[in-house]
Design a protein around this ligand. Structure first.
Ligand code: EPU
Length: 417
């Protein structure tokens, strides 16, 4: 298994380009199931999770043709409505095929995604939403089965905003008969990107990006071209890395509007952040002020940036309280940061007290999930000496060529095969 080795202590310098967003690409690629024809994607990141969703679509009978950064999915020959355990267990986001399959074919069977390292992650709201649209849902031998002659529009109220739940129901309701209203919907930029793409295919969706989304069902959707939006979490990861190393970098091909909460927190640490139309310059300072954060749905501070921010707070000038309010077990990286000399204590499972230390020291550490890996890379970049991160396959799920991008920024980082 690959490892990442970092010799820390260098300030990041230079320019980096942001890739297409994993969490936008996954639902967009799943939406190609809705179309009896071709959907063409550009700015597709080269990631394990993208390979997983492609394999899943191919298994259903779709034809996928990739070339550098682009992907063409032909959904006209889909003949299978079952997403098998072996494909779904690799990636929970495979649940995103449930809504499109039942909407287009009236029948879907998807292996139940289990829990994962960061929490139980139930899909009850995806299922009750589909039920509200008239689907008959049953569980059988670890599979979720959904059946409906044709989905019927309805009002759906989410107990709490769910990103993939909102996406699944937006896709399903696009082909339902009549109008659906999603209330307390997720407002992430990935939701807006999906609504825009579906509208480009002929759907009638308004309100995406607010808590109330209106979807007027149509009979069919047609071929279209879709460009994947920039990855806001990759953008935030490079911003925090620049701040932590006291570097000066220009982050290009990104969307500054999507990272407002991260910019605001970084400014409170004393980091200088300059925004331009599609780029952000981050200038780290000698002293990093400690700030508190609470993860909340967009436009608040994202849970997907919590681990990276914790790495930054380990070397801040005081105490920082980090409250993880989205997932119940998203502090696994804290124990690995302790191995590098950080001072962190966890209470109630979702509150971390990070007491800034003067410096971190390199050590062998282990990645437990995607964003935890990113936090260990940031910590390794500032630590004195060598840090070796194992289980980096977690990182390969969601960061494209991360070691290449960091070495382009003058970091001493290599992948050990
Ligand atoms: N939830 C339920 N029931 C449901 C659905 C969600 O109780 O039916 C709860 C979850 O357990 C969680 C909260 O609602 O406490 C929000 O979860 P959400 O459904 O929004 O998460 P998700 O859609 O499974 C997406 C991202 C995650 C990101 C979260 C939160 C994708 C493919 N995944 O997951 O990304 O952390 O939203 O923003 O979009 C990552 O990229 O590292 C990652 C984990």
């Amino acid at each position: 298994m690959d490892k990442i080795q970092i010799n820390g202590g260098r300030k990041l310098r230079g320019e980096v380009n942001i890739s297409g967003a994993k969490n936008a690409a996954l639902p967009l690629i799943a939406s190609a199931i809705l179309v009896n024809g071709k959907t063409c994607f550009t700015n597709v990141p080269d990631l394990m999770d993208i390979k997983s969703i492609k394999l899943l679509l191919e298994d259903l009978g779709a034809t996928c043709k990739s070339s550098k950064g682009s992907l063409e999915v032909d959904g006209s020959h889909i003949h299978k409505i079952e997403a098998e355990y072996d494909l779904v267990r690799k990636m929970r986001a495979s649940i995103l095929v449930l809504g499109p399959l039942v909407a287009r074919f009236g029948h879907a069977k998807v292996s139940m995604p289990g829990g994962c390292a960061i929490g139980a992650r139930p899909v009850n709201m995806h299922l009750s939403g589909l039920e509200a649209l008239g689907a008959e849902i049953s569980m059988d031998h670890g599979y979720i089965e959904a059946k409906a002659n044709r989905l019927i529009g309805n009002e759906i109220y989410f107990d709490t905003p769910t990103v993939t739940g909102t996406e699944n129901l937006m896709m399903a309701a696009s082909l339902a008969k009549g109008t659906s209203i999603l209330r307390n919907a997720a407002r992430e930029p990935e939701i807006v990107a999906l609504a825009d793409a579906l509208n480009g295919m002929g759907a009638r969706i308004s309100g995406a990006g607010t808590a109330i989304i209106f979807i007027e069902g149509v009979d069919s959707l047609s071929s279209s071209d879709i460009a994947i939006i920039p990855d806001r979490i990759e953008t935030g990861t490079f911003m925090v890395a620049a701040a932590a190393t006291g570097g000066d970098i220009l982050i290009k091909d990104c969307e500054p509007d999507h990272v407002g909460s991260i910019i605001s927190k970084l400014k409170s640490t004393g980091t200088e952040v300059q925004t331009y139309q599609n780029s952000i310059r981050v200038i780290g300072k000698e002293i990093i002020h400690s700030v508190d954060i609470k993860t909340v749905p967009y436009p608040g501070f994202p849970t997907d940036m919590q681990a990276q921010f914790m790495a930054l707070m380990t070397i801040a000038d005081g105490n920082s309280v980090i409250h993880e309010s989205i997932f119940e077990n998203r502090f696994i990286h804290a124990n690995e940061l302790l191995r590098l000399g950080a001072d962190i204590s966890i209470s109630n499972g979702n509150l971390a007290m990070v007491r800034g230390v003067e410096k971190l020291q390199g050590a062998p550490v282990m990645a437990s999930d995607l964003r935890a890996s990113a936090s260990l890379v940031i910590a390794g970049l500032v630590a004195e000496g060598t840090t070796v991160i194992s289980r980096v396959y977690h990182m390969d799920r969601g960061y494209e060529a991360i070691e290449k991008k960091f070495s382009q920024l003058d970091a001493d980082i290599v992948r050990i095969k």
